[in-house]
Design a protein around this ligand. Sequence first.
Ligand SMILES: Nc1ncnc2c1ncn2[C@@H]1O[C@H](COP(=O)(O)OP(=O)(O)OP(=O)(O)O)[C@@H](O)[C@H]1O
Ligand SMILES: [Mg+2]
Length: 247
Amino acid sequence: MLEVRDVTKHFGGLCAVNEVSFSVKEGAVVGLIGPNGAGKTTLLNLICGIYKPDAGTIRFAEKDITGMPSNRICRLGVSRTYQIPQPFYAMTTLTGVAVSVIHGKKRPHMSLSDAILEASYYLEFVGLFSKRDTLARELTIYELRMLELARALATTPKLLLLDEVMAGLNPAESSKALEMIWNAQEQFDITILWIEHIMKIIMNAAQQIVVLHYGQKIAEGTPQEIANDAKVIEAYLGGQYAQSGRP
Ligand SMILES: Nc1ncnc2c1ncn2[C@@H]1O[C@H](COP(=O)(O)OP(=O)(O)OP(=O)(O)O)[C@@H](O)[C@H]1O
Ligand SMILES: [Mg+2]
């Protein structure tokens, strides 16, 4: 479904993503991990068209999407959540999701009332329907993360890119968020590429993990393989996962 080949991105003299290649199969959950500043978010930004790669190619659903504008990539079926939530803070949650409904579709003449109706469905799905008239800036971090998810789902993605969707949540909220992601995957038949720092979650959730370090892919494999990879342990995990032999 997604093929990233030798993708490179510089910011001035810094090579944030350095000849990274990996692929994501339809229906999979793939984890993207690595230390702070490893280039994970930049890679997501390259996939969804916020940045253009300096070199390399990105293919999605058999199409070359390298360098395409993000609105076109979104309409092809790629959407994402942000590490720092990016809602329209001065809009109600319902209106904000309706904007995603309208812009995520190839239906430019969709009426506002139809968009609002569809947006209500996604708000209900993530458990925020009772907050439909609340301004996004008044939400808690958990609610903001769920609003991000609703906004992403409202564009009807085939591939969902999650950027630290659990950050800032307490354990009870993380469990609820995790359940929401599983429900979304089942109900909307989506493939997921997921940046996550909480190893317990991503090691259990993903079938395949890609590890970045200083912009380079240093390992790729099953959670079990990654947990026991000497390079990954040294760069990121420490000994905690290797010792148990299980992620
Ligand atoms: N727009 C930008 N301009 C300049 N440098 C940038 C830009 N975006 C990212 N960087 C730099 O590129 C490197 C990779 O950043 P990135 O945000 O992709 O890391 P990350 O793996 O997502 O880290 P974290 O786990 O902290 O979110 C960092 O050194 C960062 O400072
Ligand atoms: Mg990041």
